[in-house]
Design a protein around this ligand. Structure first.
Ligand SMILES: [Zn+2]
Length: 153
């Protein structure tokens, strides 16, 4: 995230100036960043927390959900969402009206390219598949937008 690697560190170890951080991030070109679907900030985990038992759901359950989402995609369109082309996106990733309105807002606010827009739609389609939803709703688009946090700023 910054030249020293400690940006946002809870213990304040980052000594980079805002200007240094900005210049550092600008080295990642927009077109390159566009191709990264899920951009998530992952803060450092304190050692004492790492040593505690994991409290999330077991991986086997997550695996079942992912397999089911994959199966939905194959049945609907014969390929995964990530492999959909432009015309297929139009056919299979039509957002509901509220979701479409949210998308239009995001495009202008985040200044998204056509490529970034299509990728956002495919991520929203995938989130809907994981929730067993046939339609792309506003909440699916909202979640997909959260995964593009480095798109601007
Ligand atoms: Zn730093």
């Amino acid at each position: 995230p910054c030249p020293c690697g400690y940006f946002g560190d809870a213990r304040g170890r980052c000594r980079c100036t805002p200007d240094q951080v900005l210049r550092y991030r600008q080295r990642l070109s927009g077109p390159l960043l566009d191709r990264i679907d899920l951009q998530i900030e992952v803060p450092a985990v304190p050692a004492e927390v790492l040593q505690q038992a994991a409290d999330g759901e077991p991986s086997t359950l997550v695996r079942e959900r992912v397999s089911a989402a994959h199966e939905r995609q194959m049945q609907r369109q014969g390929k995964t969402n990530s492999r959909l082309g432009g015309k297929e996106i139009d056919a299979f990733c039509q957002p509901q009206p509220a979701a479409a309105a949210l998308l239009r807002q995001a495009i202008s606010r985040l200044d998204l390219s056509a490529r970034a827009f299509h990728r956002l739609l495919k991520v929203a389609r995938t989130i809907a598949d994981i929730e067993c939803s046939d339609t792309i709703e506003a909440q699916h688009v909202a979640e997909a937008i959260q995964y593009r946090r480095f798109a601007k700023d």
